[in-house]
Design a binder for this molecule. Structure first.
Ligand SMILES: [Zn+2]
Length: 430
């Protein structure tokens, strides 16, 4: 008993005071947009980066992490996840939804969070979760569960019969109290829900100004929230220190939401040049989420029976458009952040989809580092390999500026100074 106790004490001590490490980086892409640097030492004290300096050096008391043959980058940031969401091609959406509680989902969250970290994602925004997302965020922060640092939005706010109304298309007599937690039909309700979500632990607010694709009964080409509802939601969220992410497809609704002051347009797939110009002028981020359209198009083609009733046709009619419209967004110069809209699955797919749309590999890396950190509002903590930032570090073999697909197989992942993956072998599992 005594032996077990002392071992536990040692483990806790090492988690609380991680040893000092020095990473010898063969090539460093630091997340600032600066050109890559060769032969750099990254000194890590506890969970933070203490110093970044040229040449390989090993100060007394530091253990070397030898990445001298690798390219080292900041840990990746996915700003659009639903951490517990299952892949549409393997799970019957409706059956899963009516047979799982928030407690069940919390265990899925933990499994997918760990998988995301193994893929190199050390931070993420859950833009539409519930109490389970808050719980898993807290468990990750407390070191009980391995996963990315999470910034969490609760149920997306939107109107009755909108993209976020779970009752659309169901027997009207079916009811679950949780289904009301995102419904807003007046500005006053928007204000109340934002405050309520803050109380329940939200870091940011998600709104649904337009209809969506993977939902029954609503139209992705219609604006469904009023301008006044959006304005009140944004104003209340901002006054409480929370950002607002907005799910939107059509151009008119994008313009209305941008005027209301949202911080990011999620999807934004049917944006016109005018809508994109307004976003650029206001500094609003675009999170194109090309991955989810790829994944759902395949599911709708191969397994339409697994999707939410009536949505396979919507997926087939719409899912190829975001990729076609992406070059227009690139040309506009709007700020872009990296988002997949996945929980389970391969969060690294967006890298290849962005470069295939014409984005340079360096800009693609910046969407998942500098830009993600900026959109979250944590540029001083994440998204860069720089003094004072968390020691969130990924390494790949080879040059990702020549071959972006290298980022899809990162053999080294560190978060907060703890190595979670090395040479394809997970080496630290709290
Ligand atoms: Zn989403």
């Amino acid at each position: 008993m005594l032996k077990a106790l002392s071992l536990a004490a040692v483990l806790m001590a090492s988690a609380a005071h991680a040893e000092n490490l020095v990473v010898h980086a063969g090539t460093l892409i630091d997340g600032s947009g600066a050109p890559p640097r060769k032969s750099v030492s990254i000194l890590i004290d506890g969970d933070k980066i203490a110093q970044v300096k040229d040449g390989f050096s090993t100060p007394a008391g530091y253990r070397v992490v030898d990445l001298s043959k690798a390219t080292v980058l900041p840990g990746f940031i996915d700003v659009h996840v639903h951490i517990g969401a299952k892949l549409p091609s393997t799970t019957n959406a409706t059956e899963d939804w009516v047979t799982h509680s928030a407690l069940d989902r919390a265990f899925d969250d933990a499994v997918y969070a760990r998988a995301m970290l193994q893929q190199g994602f050390t931070s993420a925004r859950d833009v539409g979760g519930s109490d389970d997302s808050v719980a898993v965020r807290n468990a990750i922060d407390a070191g009980k569960v391995a996963g990315p640092r999470l910034w969490v939005a609760l149920e997306a706010l939107g109107p009755t019969a909108g993209h976020g109304d779970p009752r659309s298309g169901l027997d009207p007599d079916l009811y679950h109290p949780g289904w009301e937690q995102g419904i807003v039909d007046t500005p006053e309700q928007a204000r109340m829900r934002v405050r309520e979500h803050k109380r329940r632990g939200a870091d940011l607010i998600k709104i649904m100004p337009s209809g969506g694709i993977a939902s029954t009964g609503d139209d992705p080409r219609q604006q469904l929230m009023t301008d006044a509802e959006m304005q009140t939601a944004v104003e209340t969220a901002h006054s409480l220190g929370m950002k607002v992410a907005a799910h939107i497809y059509p151009a008119a609704a994008i313009e209305a939401a941008v005027r209301a002051g949202v911080d990011s347009v999620e999807h934004g797939s049917f944006a016109t040049d005018e809508a994109l110009a307004l976003m650029k002028a206001k500094g609003t981020y675009l999170v194109p989420t090309l991955t989810v359209f790829d994944v759902f198009y395949r599911a709708a083609s191969e397994h339409p029976e697994l999707l939410t009733p009536g949505t396979a046709q919507k997926e087939l009619a719409n899912d190829l458009l975001p990729k076609q419209n992406m070059p227009r967004a690139l040309k506009s110069g709007v700020k872009i952040a990296y988002g997949t809209d996945l929980g389970q699955g391969d969060h690294t797919l967006e890298f290849s989809l962005l470069t295939a749309s014409g984005m340079s590999p360096m800009d693609t890396i910046l969407t998942a580092t500098r830009n993600g950190a900026d959109l979250i509002g944590a540029s001083d903590k994440i998204g860069a390999i720089s003094t004072g930032h968390y020691a969130d570090i990924v390494a790949v073999n080879g040059d990702p500026l020549k071959d972006i697909t290298l980022l899809r197989h990162a053999p080294f992942v560190m978060k907060g100074g703890i190595i979670y993956r090395q040479n394809d072998v997970p080496t630290a599992q709290p």
